[in-house]
Design a protein around this ligand. Structure first.
Ligand code: NAD
Ligand code: MG
Length: 399
């Protein structure tokens, strides 16, 4: 019998974290050995998971949640408890064979870096990390010998049909997009969209931030940048097609005209299982595809007028340097402001575009991205610019 695979989950209480632990719970005993689990605030769920999976380490980022975590784990002295952001990084550094990076946002960068530095397998969901620190992150992964296993469904799909031996014959890759809840809405209606409208995703059930990003299609913009780094391709070779059924997740086009695709039900447990068992396969409790029942698969081009986010992301990765990190930070602040009811839906991408322009002329913005410290400084400054801008937007019209 082979030894259990030691696994850690960063962002264990989120949508991807929960799906990962669901698969782990269903696997045969002795398949996995859970090492570290981390979360930001949900102490009750984190403690429940730690007990259920006999984790050896837990870390909670928010100190306010620590008493609750300690109390919930009082009868379990074998579980070591860490509190604060540094503790999350320390948990990520506890030796593991496989780590799921599923913290949302640039906040995940430090812990994900710790995990990469183990030089083991990193299941990669936290796309914001690659958007804000792509070149540095990929260099670090190569230096440490880490294996990056894409978890984002589109990138996982491409990874499954990307034959590295035929790299020079790869013409393009395609990421599909559901189009989100506003795919067919006219601009005037989008301008008045509520938080609930934007949080109602037609095909996927996910965390709030990525659900809003899907509605604005910034998610696809971030994914273009993520794909450029994961597959070492220029943005011109990364295409996007809207596919409302979310059945085909990603495709690779070869020089001979072959277009290879991965299909599956829109359930994150398929890409997560593929990363969890890699390079083998494991069973996942997902609905099997019945193509005769689905009957039709539709594809359409994204609308650049109603969804400017894809253009903004393409321009940012082409410009390189600080631009993708500025785009990501400005978007995180705008999504937060929209969720808090402080700005309208269309203000999200409008403010990102404006922050990108402001950043170019800003005296306090670092000019280059040469080290991780630059990423943190760019991220901080772009958040300040975004907060100032949003603070000045009219809020009277918002309900
Ligand atoms: P989520 O909001 O459901 O969960 C986020 C997790 O990160 C939670 O466990 C939370 O406690 C933790 N977290 C948040 N802020 C933190 C901080 N400052 N420090 C430490 N931990 C923190 O998000 P999600 O939907 O699971 O998405 C996670 C990541 O995976 C995102 O980058 C997202 O883009 C990506 N992703 C998600 C899906 C999906 O289906 N949900 C699909 C593809 C990619
Ligand atoms: Mg995706």
């Amino acid at each position: 019998m082979t030894a259990p695979r030691r696994i850690s989950v960063l962002g264990a209480t989120g949508s991807v974290g929960l799906a990962t632990l669901d698969l782990v719970a269903r696997a045969a005993p002795g398949t996995f050995d859970v090492v570290a689990l981390t979360a930001r605030t949900n102490a009750v769920e984190l403690a429940r998971q730690a007990i259920r999976h006999r984790a050896s380490h837990v870390a909670i980022a928010d100190p306010a949640a620590a008493p609750e975590l300690r109390e919930a784990l009082a009868g379990h002295p074998g579980i070591s408890i860490g509190v604060g952001e540094d503790a999350v990084c320390e948990a990520a550094a506890v030796p593991a064979d496989w780590t799921m990076a599923a913290i949302v946002g640039a906040a995940g960068l430090r812990p994900t870096l710790e995990a990469v530095r183990q030089g083991a397998a990193l299941a990669f969901a936290n796309k914001e990390c690659l958007v804000c620190a792509g070149p540095l992150f990929m260099q670090e992964a190569a230096r440490c010998g880490a294996t990056l296993l894409p978890v984002d469904s589109e990138h996982n799909a491409v990874f499954q049909v990307f034959n590295a031996a035929h790299r020079s014959a790869i013409r393009s890759i395609t990421l599909t997009a559901s189009g989100g809840p506003f795919r067919t809405w006219p601009l005037e209606r989008m301008a008045a969209a509520s938080r609930t409208d934007a949080l109602t995703h037609p095909t996927w059930s996910m965390g709030a931030k990525i659900t809003i990003d899907s509605a604005s299609m910034m998610n696809k913009g971030l994914e273009i940048i993520e794909a450029c780094w994961l597959f070492d391709l220029p943005p011109e070779q990364v295409e996007v097609v809207v596919h409302p059924q979310s059945i085909v997740h990603g495709l690779v086009e070869y020089a001979d005209g072959s277009l290879l695709a991965q299909l599956g039900s829109p359930d994150m447990r398929t890409p997560i299982a593929s990363a969890l068992a890699w390079p083998e396969r494991m069973e996942a409790p997902v609905e099997r595809l019945r193509l005769d029942q689905i009957a039709r698969l539709e594809f359409e081009a994204p609308d650049p007028v109603r969804f400017p986010a894809i253009r903004l992301a393409r321009d940012a990765i082409r410009a390189g340097g600080i631009a993708p990190a500025v785009l990501n930070a400005a978007n995180e602040i705008a999504v937060e402001a929209f969720l808090a009811g402080r700005i309208g839906f269309l203000d999200i991408t409008a403010s990102v575009e404006e922050v990108l322009a402001l950043a170019q002329a800003d005296a306090d913005m670092p000019r280059a991205l040469a080290a991780f410290e630059d990423v943190f400084a760019i991220d901080r400054r772009a958040r300040e610019l975004a907060r100032d801008l949003i603070g000045g937007l009219s809020v009277e019209t918002r309900s």
